[in-house]
Design a protein around this ligand. Structure first.
Ligand code: FEO
Ligand code: CA
Ligand code: CA
Ligand code: CA
Length: 671
């Protein structure tokens, strides 16, 4: 890879206007078609989803809250990956949460709040558990466009009850042992499957993000070791909670450990009830072979435990390590990368889980440090790094303990706290890596409040948005870097900021990228470089700070390269921040995005746009609309009001859905 060649690529569509209507808007000449919404059947013979809360068999239906997704073209035999097949493929779709419980049950959910100590109906819990996880489903191009094929035997669900093997360095360690798996080699369930990834050997990666909120924990802290409590605190596993959905409190007649396993309590637990370590079996990158349902999915512990957004592979080269970039999406958390010990061999290109064992179980985990001068370093998280063993706040036992507590290890080496790292993407033209930093807002610990501004996270806002007082980085930005010598295994890099989100009407010190009515946005989240049209970047938003003006959206961009974006330096001058350090952000603004950034799509009300993948001919784009109408999910059952009825219209309950976008003249998308 070399410098970006002269751009032959140009955006060819007319920008879509901002909108707060309950519709999905795409440019003139394009069509968006709903493929698979929450509850839709995945198997022949499953009845159409009634969408009235009475269908319970989510093991045979699309789950809820569609998120990251990936298209694997099917080979002629229909049992392996053909990366060139645009006619027929398997879609792997994440289902992050079952958050809109009010829409999932007939008249709202029962006692699901984290403060509730009441028991919940087992049937409701079973349905919510099954609505989490991943869908694998065939999509086929027909004479009338792409359709789901319910006849493919590979169609299946992975849920919050599915069996997983724990693999890699932390598997089998004492901290992974539970009543279900006394050897610490297995666990059940994956939750909060946010963004995703894929491997060069034809498997799917799904990533566990806000898993820390799922556990019932009401035990007395005195039964915990100080190190356990330090881990709970650092990962946000709180006490005095029944967990996000109160899943541990199934009905009185159902004491199955399928429910008890969400309870971390240890007081008085028998060996058969002891799930004190259950939370350590969540927070991982999870590998699934979509082509081989008989291969048990694996949680890959060598990639570290945190609030994983996704895992994005660098392009592979024979004889070089396999590299994945990862973000930890919480306020003031870090960017990581994993570099395999094993060197890439093309013979593994359809290697399934055995190749996963080869490349994902042993490697080096690094965390990023962004320096003010535009350089950066990857800091090694390993027991032979003195900064780890000398860390005064936590004594790591061994490599397994380090991986289970990767956040503490990253603290120990002095990594750079970022404004919520979400999706990453690698530019196929030049190997540069992009990552969205969605926002960092909190009156207690947002950017510029408890965490000082720095060159890579330089924005601070203090004011009122809607009815809420807010402080921090409100609209987010997109950072990018180029590894030394364009080697993804390098430990040094150069970085700049490609783009700052902002309302077009904002003052120039906020609207640094000089966005216009055609491309202004807030809170970038999803990110995807087209492989078919190298240099074409897609950006999706998950926003709560510009929604009075517009629903969430997707933009297309042709972004240039590191060095021509925005660089920032901080000096101790004018801008007062809550943390007491007076700082001034000096920005050197390079190339503005201008016409090379255009709004391509605006979603229906109260949704997030997330997940992107394309067919290998570049003529179909798959995206997800997540949680339309979410702001009314808890209240509609009592007041009858829903903010969205998308996609079914009328008075229907809103549903998340996978959408396919094509151009009416059959051409490539966007360029
Ligand atoms: Fe589930 Fe960070 O988005
Ligand atoms: Ca996200
Ligand atoms: Ca988000
Ligand atoms: Ca969401």
């Amino acid at each position: 890879v070399a410098d970006v060649p002269a751009q032959s690529l140009a955006l060819t569509f007319k920008p879509v206007a901002k909108s707060v209507a309950d519709v999905l808007s795409v440019p003139e000449g394009y069509t968006a078609t709903v493929l698979l919404a929450t509850g839709d059947p995945l198997k022949a013979g499953v009845t159409a989803y009634k969408n009235d809360g009475t269908d319970h068999d989510f093991n045979n239906r699309a789950g809820d809250h569609h998120d990251g997704l990936f298209y694997f073209g099917l080979n002629a035999a229909g049992n392996g990956w053909d990366a060139s097949n645009a006619q027929r493929g398997l879609l792997c779709i994440n289902h992050e949460v079952a958050e809109d419980l009010g829409f999932m049950h007939p008249a709202g959910a029962t006692d699901y709040g984290k403060d509730s100590t009441n028991q919940r109906p087992t049937q409701e819990i079973g349905k919510e558990v099954a609505a989490h996880g991943v869908t694998v489903v065939e999509v086929t191009k027909t004479a009338t466009g792409y359709r789901i094929n319910p006849e493919n035997p590979l169609n299946r669900r992975i849920t919050a009850a599915t069996l997983f093997e724990l693999a890699g360095i932390a598997a089998g360690s004492d901290a992974m042992k539970t009543a279900f798996s006394p050897t610490g080699q297995q666990t059940r369930g994956t939750v909060n499957n946010c963004a995703n990834g894929y491997t060069p050997w034809g498997t799917y990666l799904t990533c566990e993000e806000n898993w820390a909120e799922y556990f019932y924990r009401r035990e007395d802290d005195s039964v915990r070791t100080p190190k356990e409590l330090a881990g709970f605190k650092r990962y946000g596993i709180k006490g005095d909670t029944s967990g996000r959905y109160n899943w541990a409190r199934a009905g009185a007649n159902d004491s199955s450990d399928l429910y008890r396993r969400w309870n971390t309590g240890v007081s008085g637990a028998t060996a058969a009830e002891d799930f004190r370590n259950i939370a350590n079996t969540f927070g991982w990158v999870v590998e699934i072979n979509p082509f081989k349902p008989d291969e048990t999915p694996k949680k890959r512990t060598s990639l570290g435990r945190f609030a994983h957004e996704g895992a994005w592979p660098a392009p592979v080269t024979a004889g070089k390590p396999v590299v994945f970039y990862m973000g930890d999406d919480s306020r003031n958390e870090y960017i990581y990368k994993y570099v395999s010990d094993a060197l890439w061999n093309e013979a593994d290109a359809n290697g399934g889980m055995a190749a996963g064992d080869k490349y994902l179980n042993a490697g080096k985990l690094y965390v990023a440090q962004f320096n003010a001068d535009g350089t950066g370093a990857w800091l090694l998280l390993a027991m032979d790094n003195k900064a780890i063993t000398a860390y005064p706040d936590y004594a790591f036992n061994d490599a397994a303990d380090l991986l289970i507590h990767a956040r503490l290890a990253a603290d120990a080496v002095g990594a750079t706290k970022m404004d919520r790292p979400e999706w990453g993407a690698i530019n196929p033209l030049n190997g540069e890596v992009y990552m969205t930093l969605t926002n960092n807002v909190s009156e207690k610990n947002g950017r510029g409040v408890a965490t000082p501004l720095d060159a890579a996270n330089p924005r601070y806002y203090n004011g009122v948005k809607g009815e809420k007082a807010v402080a921090g980085n409100l609209n987010g930005h997109i950072i990018r870097w180029r590894e030394a010598s364009n080697d993804h295994a390098a430990t040094q890099f150069q970085w700049d900021v490609y783009l700052f989100g902002a309302p077009a009407s904002a003052a120039v010190d906020t609207n640094i990228s000089q966005l216009t009515a055609d491309n202004d946005f807030s809170s970038p989240d999803g990110l995807w470089f087209s492989a078919v049209n190298p240099g074409l970047l897609w950006v999706q938003t998950d926003d709560a700070y510009y929604t009075d003006t517009t629903n969430c959206m997707m933009l297309a961009a042709i972004p240039g390269q590191v060095g021509d974006g925005v660089s920032t330096t901080l000096t101790n001058k004018a801008v007062a921040t809550n943390n007491g350090a007076d700082q001034d952000v000096n920005t050197r603004v390079g190339k503005q995005p201008g016409d090379n950034l255009r709004r391509f799509l605006v979603g229906p009300k109260d949704c997030e746009i997330t997940g992107m993948t394309e067919t290998p001919d570049g003529k179909a784009l798959f995206i997800n609309i997540q949680h339309p109408g979410e702001n009314s999910s808890e209240t509609w059952a009592t007041d009858g009001n829903m903010t969205s009825h998308w996609p079914d219209g009328g008075n229907a309950r809103p549903r998340s859905a996978t959408v396919v976008i094509t151009r009416n003249d059959g051409g490539k998308i966007a360029v």
